[in-house]
Design a protein around this ligand. Structure first.
Ligand code: ADP
Ligand code: MG
Length: 726
């Protein structure tokens, strides 16, 4: 008998165990039984041959249409049998070398199961020397019927270990397997009407019918969801038991004065989220909250109000930005918004006033010393900066709140550099992201954070109008595009032009090598600038911006662009890579042209076009593509052009991406930890698992009562980079 942890050699033999380990990293009985079928075939039903992909391993059910024997040149030896099989519409050739006896089995009208690697021989699909099983092989009629109906699991396979061989190994392993205990409490199995674990694991490999596959899949996916949610619940629990200094604010402090002078009304969303944050921070446990909202939804204002509450409570607040330019911009914004409230000790400063310090890597030693002093003395209530703020030399007088802007640029490890400064006691944490995250993804990937969302924009809907331009089929529209750019510039507005790569020799973002060889080349910043300056944009001031420029040069160019077109050394058109994606405000920018737009992701395009129309003016975004107007890529661009709703786009993004990309970080372990769970489909399952996990962890945080669950959680923690402890 065998258990899940046993090595496969003793169970299935070395000849099968070796290739399984080498080619599929399947080493134990548990690995093998978690190598779930990709789909199921029944011998009685024909496979759609149109779905076959050359190069892939396939197992198909088809009917023999004809068969002939081609003698070898040297007489009997070396002959081959060629059979044509069909699903009723398409046909496929089976070629058997040195197996002339096969002709006896391959009688027209017979149904069989054939498996092998799909080859492409002179434009026709074929299987060479496939494995064969016939639906009428069983002896009596009844047995034949069962045989024909039986569901055959089709496994992810390689040419070294094909699906039937894996199926055979699984069968042997299941026969030798001791009955498995259920890792879940009986209560959950009952409440959620789940199959017992042992039954589910057996059923997924040898199901009675597809309904049973569904039940088995649901049970096993539930386990994956629960383990993940238990880890996240434990993480929340750990944070919740940590202590933090409560920062309740005061009735008549900075925040009150700030609100009273605010030239506009807070939106309902800002008020509601603001209240949650205020309550979180008044508590003796650290806040751990994600604030998501589209560009311009007013997140920064919400964050600033939280920072003021902390300052009012005697603490300091840090605003961490992903780039120098953004830090600089936040710094100016915050000072402008605060006005006299940021002028402590200065003439005209308010009685409650504080100071705002800036710390970035590019400051001079003297500037740096000054900032460090203000931070250490507590004079600066608000500190804005980049990664430079994470260094040990930066000493805070009393760090009460960390606000991280643009979450995706900071890793968990970096966050913890600031969070874990005072042992046992944490500052409050607010993470802001402009990339909307659908609920299930938030629950899965950011499951240890509480999530708040700002849905409306204070200034109304974005004024960016987008159109798709087909570069190849409508060349006149391209001429018109550059003409329009000139007109914008003539009218005193600025234009961004975005390209997927820097120079001709580089590969574009997301471009695969084979793809690059076939597809027409994408536009590059440097060559496009040359083209534009030599032609349609000869009269305007054009600059090239990209990641290979030194940081100071980038900042200098950005500053020249941001000062506006009327300035002496201002710039009109910036041709750039995606380095301009985050943050920077160029108020007069009213048009963006995105070249080879099909090469960018949905949310990236949305983020990019959020860079124009910042002053609330009508703005234009042209999505230029070489994609065929009939192609899915073109249709995707049209859908993006059709909406400015970040959440609708996030959903579109999710539909377009493969599961693995969504959970990229979770999947980065040696082998994927979530095999059956789909954040796209299993919304309810994840929700249920989250509730159950919260309940389990609340009553038994150490999982003392659930040793199997604890072991599974340990294993997942170890195999996944993303879950690495913060
Ligand atoms: P985000 O950080 O989400 O991109 P910001 O907080 O920077 O958004 O706000 C975008 C712009 O809208 C800023 O100019 C800000 O001052 C302004 N703003 C924020 N809240 C309001 C409001 N309630 N009413 C009017 N304008 C607002
Ligand atoms: Mg912002």
């Amino acid at each position: 008998m065998a258990g899940l942890a046993d090595g496969l050699r003793d169970v299935v033999g070395g000849r099968t165990a070796k290739p399984l380990a080498e080619h599929l990293q399947v080493e134990t009985v548990g690995d093998l039984l978690q190598h779930y079928p990709r789909r199921y075939e029944s011998r009685g039903e024909l496979t759609d041959l149109a779905d076959l992909v050359p190069g892939e391993q396939a197992t198909i059910v088809a009917e023999v249409k004809s068969c002939r024997t081609v003698p070898g040149r040297g007489g009997r030896r070396g002959g081959r049998v060629e059979a044509t099989v069909t699903d009723g519409r398409e046909t496929l050739t089976l070629t058997f070398f040195n197996q002339v006896w096969r002709a006896r089995d391959l009688r027209p009208g017979r149904r069989g199961l054939f498996s092998g690697k799909v080859g492409d021989y002179r434009g026709r699909l074929q299987l060479v020397n496939p494995g064969c099983h016939f639906a009428d092989d069983a002896d009596d009629r009844e047995a034949a019927e069962i045989f024909a109906k039986e569901l055959i699991p089709v496994y992810p396979a390689t040419s070294a270990v094909d699906s039937p061989r894996i199926a055979k190994a699984v069968k042997v392993a299941l026969q030798m397997l001791d009955p498995l205990p259920d890792p879940l409490p009986a209560e959950i199995v009952g409440n959620r009407t789940l199959l017992p674990f042992d039954a589910a694991l057996r059923a997924i490999h040898s199901p009675e019918d597809l309904a049973e596959v569904g039940r088995a899949r649901r049970r096993l996916a539930y386990d994956e969801a629960l383990v993940l949610q238990v880890i996240l619940a434990q993480r929340r629990h750990e944070t919740a038991v940590l202590s933090a200094i409560p920062r309740p604010g005061t009735a008549d402090g900075l925040l009150g004065e700030f609100d009273a002078d605010l030239p506009f009304q807070l939106t309902d969303g800002q008020l509601e989220v603001g209240k949650r944050i205020a309550e979180d921070m008044a508590d003796g446990h650290p806040m751990h909250r994600l604030l998501q909202g589209d560009v311009g939804s007013g997140k920064t204002l919400v964050a600033l109000r939280a920072m003021l509450q902390v300052v009012d409570s005697g603490g300091q607040a840090v605003l961490l930005a992903p780039t120098e330019v953004l830090a600089q911009q936040h710094y100016s914004n915050v000072r402008e918004l605060l006005g006299p409230l940021a002028e402590s000790g200065l003439l005209g400063g308010s009685a409650h006033a504080t100071r705002v310090a800036l710390l970035t890597g590019s400051m001079t030693a003297a500037q740096r010393r000054g900032a460090l002093l203000e931070i250490a003395s507590g004079e600066a209530g608000i500190v804005v900066g980049t990664h430079a703020l994470l260094q040990d030399q930066v000493q805070y007088a009393d760090l009460g709140l960390i606000v991280v802007d643009e979450q995706h640029r900071f890793g968990v490890e970096q966050r913890s550099l600031l969070l874990d400064r005072v042992p046992g006691q944490r500052p409050h944490l607010l993470v802001m992201t402009a990339t909307p995250i659908p609920r299930t993804v938030a629950m899965t990937v950011f499951g240890d954070l509480d999530v708040s969302t700002l849905r409306e924009r204070p200034t109304g809907a974005s004024q960016v109008v987008s159109h798709v331009v087909a570069e190849l089929t409508q060349p006149r529209h391209m001429d018109r595009t550059w003409q329009r750019v000139s007109e914008e510039v003539a009218a005193g507005r600025q234009v961004f032009v975005v390209c997927p790569r820097i120079s001709e020799g580089d590969s574009a973002e997301g471009e695969l090598l084979e793809e690059a060889a076939e597809a027409p080349a994408t536009h590059a910043v440097l060559s496009l600038v040359d083209e534009l300056v030599a032609g349609p944009l000869a009269e305007v001031r054009v600059a090239a911006m990209h990641g290979r420029l030194p940081a100071e040069e980038k900042d200098r160019l950005m500053a020249r662009f941001a000062v506006g077109p009327t300035a002496e050394d201002g710039l009109d058109v910036m041709v750039s890579t995606t380095v301009i994606e985050v943050g920077v405000d160029v108020p007069a920018a009213a048009m963006m042209v995105i070249m080879d737009a099909d090469r960018f992701g949905v949310s990236q395009l949305h983020q990019l076009r959020g860079r124009v129309g910042r002053a609330g003016q009508q703005a234009l975004c042209l999505l230029v593509t070489k994609a065929d107007p009939e192609s899915p890529a073109f249709e995707r661009l049209q859908r993006i052009a059709g909406t400015n709703d970040g959440f609708e786009l996030a959903q579109l993004d999710l539909e377009q991406r493969r599961e693995g990309d969504v959970l990229g970080a979770v999947q980065s372990g040696r082998r994927s930890s979530l095999r059956l769970l789909s954040v796209l489909r299993d919304v309810d399952l994840i929700q249920d698992a989250r509730e159950d996990a919260a309940h389990i962890v609340a009553t038994d945080p150490e999982l003392a009562e659930y040793p199997l669950l604890a072991a599974a959680a340990d294993e997942l923690q170890q195999s996944s980079d993303y879950l690495e402890k913060a």
